[in-house]
Design a protein around this ligand. Structure first.
Ligand code: MN
Length: 202
């Protein structure tokens, strides 16, 4: 099994001015590629991963051999989180649809209230990591932070939307201004994709 870097469905420059072209190019072609390369190195020679997706492996993280488990959490998580992050970005403005729109309204009160809560959680993440809107194993929407590259999949939860809060995701354009990056990112969230993921999970 060899994992590969997924192509983007838009150009690096398509998310300007919210996410700049240079950040997108380095983030995708260098940072994400490194997670893929290190994942492939870690699992080299372990035939139990043949034919499995990274999502399947992370969902069953307890079955991964102890000698490489942390590397799979780090680099496999990095591969899965970034693959999802790219899919959940869109150059075109979108809105939550159908079941996801309803669930956000009933869980958080409104889209605006959800955005406030998600932004607040993202601002208070210490160090590097991600914030996720998750669909929990108890069939609820929730907002969850994970440090480093830990994946919600390893905790039985399905990620619906996510933001990368490592400095490499925003430092070139926003430096230490994480709040500005988050505010800009809301403009390029792919709610159509998120709504489809939620429909399949719920
Ligand atoms: Mn990243």
């Amino acid at each position: 099994m060899v994992f590969t870097l997924p192509d983007l469905t838009y150009k690096y420059s398509d998310l300007e001015p919210f996410i700049d072209s240079e950040t997108m190019e380095i983030h995708h072609s260098k940072h994400h590629q490194t997670y893929v390369d290190n994942l492939n190195k870690a699992i080299n020679g372990f035939s139990e991963f043949d034919g499995k997706t990274i999502e399947e492996i992370l969902k069953n993280i307890d079955t991964v051999p102890e000698s490489i488990k942390q590397q799979v959490i780090n680099h496999g998580g990095g591969h899965a989180n970034h693959s999802l992050f790219w899919k959940l970005l869109s150059p075109v403005k979108t809105e939550p649809q159908g079941k996801l729109e309803d669930a956000i309204n009933s869980t958080f009160g409104s889209l605006e209230k959800f955005k406030e809560a998600f932004t607040q959680k993202s601002m208070s993440l210490f160090g590097s990591g991600w914030t996720f809107l998750i669909f929990t194993k108890d069939n609820k929407l929730d907002i969850k932070r994970h440090s480093f590259q830990n994946s919600p999949l390893s905790y039985g939860n399905t990620p619906i939307i996510t933001i990368d809060l490592w400095e490499h995701a925003y430092y070139l354009k926003y430096q230490n201004r994480r709040a500005e990056y988050i505010e800009a990112w809301w403009n390029v969230v792919n709610w159509v994709e998120a709504s489809e993921i939620f429909s399949e999970a719920s």
